[in-house]
Structures are given as structure tokens and as C-alpha cells.
Write a protein that binds this ligand. Sequence first.
Ligand code: ZN
Ligand code: ZN
Length: 733
Amino acid sequence: MYAKSGSLVDARKVFDHMEQRDNLSWNTIIAAYRRHGYPQETVTLFHHMQQTVLQPDRFTFATVLPTFAKMGALEQGMNIHQRIKDKGILSDVVVATALVDMYAKCGKIDKASELFDRMPERNVFSWNAIIAGYTQNGFVEKTLETFRQMQFAGVKPDPATFASILPACAKMGALEQGIDIHRSIKDRSILSDIVVATALVDMYAKCGSVDKARELFDKMTRRNVISWNVMIGGYAQNGFVEKALETFKQMQLAGVMPDSATFASVLPACAKMGALEQGVDIHQSIMEGGLLSNLIVGNALVDMYAKCGSIDKAHELFDKLPQKNVVSWNAMIAGYAQNGYVEKALETFNRMQMACVKPNSTTFASILPACAKMGALEQGMDIHQCIMERGFLSDIRVGNALVDMYAKCGSIDKARELFDKMPQKNVVSWNVMIAGYAQNGLCKDALKIFELIEHSGTYPDTVSFACVLCACSHAGLVNEGCTFFNHMSDPYCITPTVDHYVCMVDLLARAGYLEDCLNFIIKMPLKPVVGLWMSFLGACRAHMNIGLGVFTALLLLDLDPENAATYVLLSNNYAKAGRWSEVQIVRRLMKDKGIKKIPGCSWIEGHKTVHVFCVGDRSHPQTQEIYAKLEKLDWEMKAAGYFPDSRHLLNDVEEEEKELFLCYHSEKLAIAFGLLNTPLGSAIRVVKNLRICADCHIATKFISKIVGREIIVRDANRFHHFKEGECSCGDYW
Ligand code: ZN
Ligand code: ZN
């Protein structure tokens, strides 16, 4: 009596004082503990009962089996199964249903299904147990099939059936079947069941029918926090992030307290929209609700601030998280990497390892592009080691990121070796390899890889074509490039995007076909973008077509008046023609408009840290040695026949000021640092944010010969492998 009224302690007192206990009293107390959510105590009492003279009966078994199911205690469940068989009560519908449920919940769906098929009698609970089992074990098609069999058998589904079947439709995106099920819920009492109604809204939202979901949601007579979460999550997952935020506001106005799941849906919506202000408001509600220490909420907040560009705030929150899991670290690492703080990303990755948090594939997929961007090969290799130790090498996303890292760090052979060893490849893997060859100037290899794609059974996509066109453009392979471009729509059925047109313009213009290129631009079906004209303008300068160059520059100044690169290219066009007064006019214009060029800087890795140099930089602790080294090199270079051509400098001060002529450009500083700090004979790897200038290009050729080392410079466009006085680009860049 007490047990049912909810006072478990009183019930236990009565039970303990009973002089004689029969099966009924044991079953009652065991059931009471189960109902109140004490699985351990339920099991203990069951064991106590067996130490008495009494024998557990069908009710006892039906009571303890759900507890074993909940605990995932398969062995104990199987033990009970045996005893049920021994007692010959397997045909009892209640007992058999509890067994089916136990096996399903313990992940033994085959066993559950076998038992279910053998049941001589089944009620709605038996059907619910097997249907829920299929859903929970991920066999959603089986769920739907079993539901049809249930209807065929004439068993009337109840709310619990619908609550299992609708998530299966949602997961499969089976909208039509979902609609059928919705229609079959004729019973109004079922439709007003909040669990069923919420599952319906969720089904429509997850099947992409978000308006229908909203219509149902608005009709719901009762809504709890779960229904609101389903609606908000539905909008967020369907990309309607503004609607998600709006619904969140309505929820607050309706006086429903958001929970951690609400915030976990609404914060990524803010992150996606870059809606920092709303994010800050939500942060406030989280604090008021006392949910800041919830790990999922904390992680979502860090991620939101990072994705909204507020990286310092993200870091502050991250440091304050009472506990951190791999998701927290991933949010912070990806945040740094995406906001361009590559060094910080690497530092955070190292901290993560010191904190003994195991990285997962997402971690590697965030950190490797950071290494790639910085050309941090040594650290990339350490991470490769870590990936092997942790067994993530066969993860396709990690494999692709690793190949990309090696390619971008100039280790193209290593990239290829890994690529060949990949157990599985997708189109991204192929694209990464093509792009890697193209960037490293190995264009023939890029084309060969492209040919291999189809033999592998994969279809090239729009990115594959962009990569292969880029390869053609780097190597001046005009005919090949045109063929690829023409084949895109037929036979590949890919409509060229603006990226492909930019590649084609680059290809034609750089190869000197300026008139043809202009015709191509005029005829193209898309609006030419700034980048396309920039390519064309660069080529005009290279081929000394001053008329076309000035025409293009003026057009560009109209399109994008604040772009420093246009002014620089225009002034270079005039300079190449020796029209110095015009050069002065352009420069004055820039100064008057307050347009600043992007300062050139270069990175180099040494002693597992990345060192950054700007033009004329004197802030590095080894500055004295670096400058001494450069002076010595200057002298040796001049002895070998190098003379700094001021005309070169004028022509190509594309990125760096002519006034800084006497200073050393950043790549030279980085190279000198590399000579001082890396082992003799090893390759020196430098990354530059802008295009390398002609003077540095010549100088680096000389240096590579004088010091007898390979120097690899990755500039904004491509790789230059300098070796024995030659560059892999063949001076075509
Ligand atoms: Zn330079
Ligand atoms: Zn080069």
C-alpha cells in the first residue's frame, strides 16, 4: 500500500517488519524500487528473495528484466532467460515481452527478434518492445516493416508505438510514411498526447517539412520544453537559423524555461549566423538559469564565441570551464584555426595532449589545416605520429587532411605515398592530391592523377575541375586546359562556376592570349568578379600590354575602389612602361585615400616553433646573426654574378614598398633564419602571405646554389622549389 503511494522508505519499513513474506510482498517491494529508479537496490532485493524458500514467479521476472535492460546487464538477463525456460513459462506473453525488451535494450536485437517471432501470443506491448528495439538499434527500416506487420495483425497501436515509429521515419527522412502514420493516428486522445505530438513535429522537421512541423506545433494544446526544443532544433537543422532564434524568443515569452538541450540547439544557430549580440543575450540567460557549468552548454558557448570571431571571449570561457572534454578542446582549436590564429591552434593542441585528453578525428581535421597553412612540417609530422598511435590513419577525413598538410608543406612525395596507402579514397582525397601537385608546380602529375579518378570509380566534381584547371594555368598548358573546361558540361554535366572562369582567364591571360581572353570574359554567362579582372590585370603587366592593363585597372577601381592590389598593379603597369609620372599619380592617389597595402610577411618553422618575419623586421631575438648572415650572402651572391636590379624592384613592388628597397624582404629574413637554425643539408621551408617578388626570386636561386641546400618557398600562388640555382616554377609564376 505504502509502496504505491510513493513513500518508499515507509514501504521498506513495513516490509522489513513483516513476519511472513510471500511472493506478492517481495514482488511489490521489488517493483517499488524499480519504479522509483533504484536499479541496484532492485537487483539486490531480487537476490535476497532467492535466498529464501520462495521461488521467483512470472511477475518477479517481468519486474527485474526491465531493470537488467536498463543496466545493460546482458549476462544476468540471459541467466533469467534460462530460468524462465526451465520453469516452462516462456509462452507467457508478459514474461516473453520483458525478455524481448531486455535483449533489444542490451543490443542483442537478433536474439530479441528470434524470441519475438516464436511468441505464441503477442499484445501491443510485445509489438512496442520489438519496434522500439529496432529503432534504438538503428534498424529503422525494420522498424517501419514491423509496424506494417503489426497493423496487418490487427493490433491497435498506442501512443508508445507512435513514439517509437515516428523517430524512425525522422531518421530515414521517410516523409511519405510519416504522413501515412500521421493519418492513421485518428484517435484524438493519441494526437493530444504530448510525446506523440512532439514526435510528429520532430518527424516533419527532420524530414525537411519544417512548415508542416510549425503548423502542428502551433496547434498543440500543450507544449513542454521538449516540444519547443524539437521546433527550435528543426529550424536550426533545416538552415532556418533566424527562425530558430525567433522561436527561442517565443519560448521565453511563453514562460517555458529553456534547458541544456535548448541552448545546445540555439547556440550553433547563432554561431552559424555570426549573431554575436543574440549569442551574448543567450549567454546571459544561461548564467541566469545556472546552466553555465553544464558541459554541453559550455562547449556550445565557446564554439559560438569562436565562430562569431570573438576569440578572446571564447578563450576566457574555455579556461573557466569546470571540466573539459574533447569537444571543448576541438571547439577552441577549430576556433583559433578558423580565425587565423594558427600558432594558437597548435599551442592549444599541445596543451590538450598535456591535459591527457585523447584527440579524435575532428581534432586532427582541425589542426592539420593549421599546420598546412603555416607550413609547419615538423609539427605536422608529430601529429602524423600521434594519428598513427591513436589508430586514426584509416579515417578518410584525417587521411585527406594529412595528405593536404604534406602537400602544402612542400613534401609532395610524402603526400603521394600516404595518398597511395589510403585504404579508402573519396573525391576530396583526389582533389587534395591534384591541388597539391598543381601548387608544387608538378602539373603533369596533377593531370595524371585526374585521369586516374575515373578508373577508381569516383566521379570528378566541380572542385576537381578547378584544381586541374589551376594546374594547367601554372604550367601554361592552354590546349589541355581548354579541353578540360569544354568537357565539364559534356560529358560530366558540371556547370562551370565563377572559380572555373577565373582559372580559365588566368590560363589564357598568363599564356599571353590577352585578346582571346578578353573575348572569353565578354562572352561568359556569369558576372566577372574582382578576382577575375585581377588575374587579367596581372597578366597585362607581365605581357607589357599597357593599354589593356590601364583599361582593366580603371574598371577594377570602379568595382572595388578600396582594393590596394589594384593600385599596386596599375602603378606596376605604368612602371614597366617607364611612365614614371603616372606611377607617382597612382601612388599619391593611394596615399590620399589612405589605402594601405597588406604588409608582406613570411613564416618558418625552427625548433618546433613557428617564427614570423615582416619586411625589414628587427624584432627577432636572433636579428643580429640574421642580418650578418644576409650581408655575407649578399657579398657571395654579388661575387657569383647577382646584382639587385632596381628595375625589377620597381616592376614588381607588387606587394612591398619600393622605399623598403634597402630593407630585406620578409622571405629573405626567414631564409637566413633557416640557414642558421636548421640542420645542414635539410630543406628550408618558408611560407609567404603574398607573391614572391622578382628580386627575391632571383636572389633565392643564387642562395640555393651558394649554400647547396633546397629552399622551398610557398607564396600566395604556388610553390617554388629552389635547387642548385634553379626554380621549379621555371620563372613562370
Ligand atoms: Zn622580395
Ligand atoms: Zn619560382
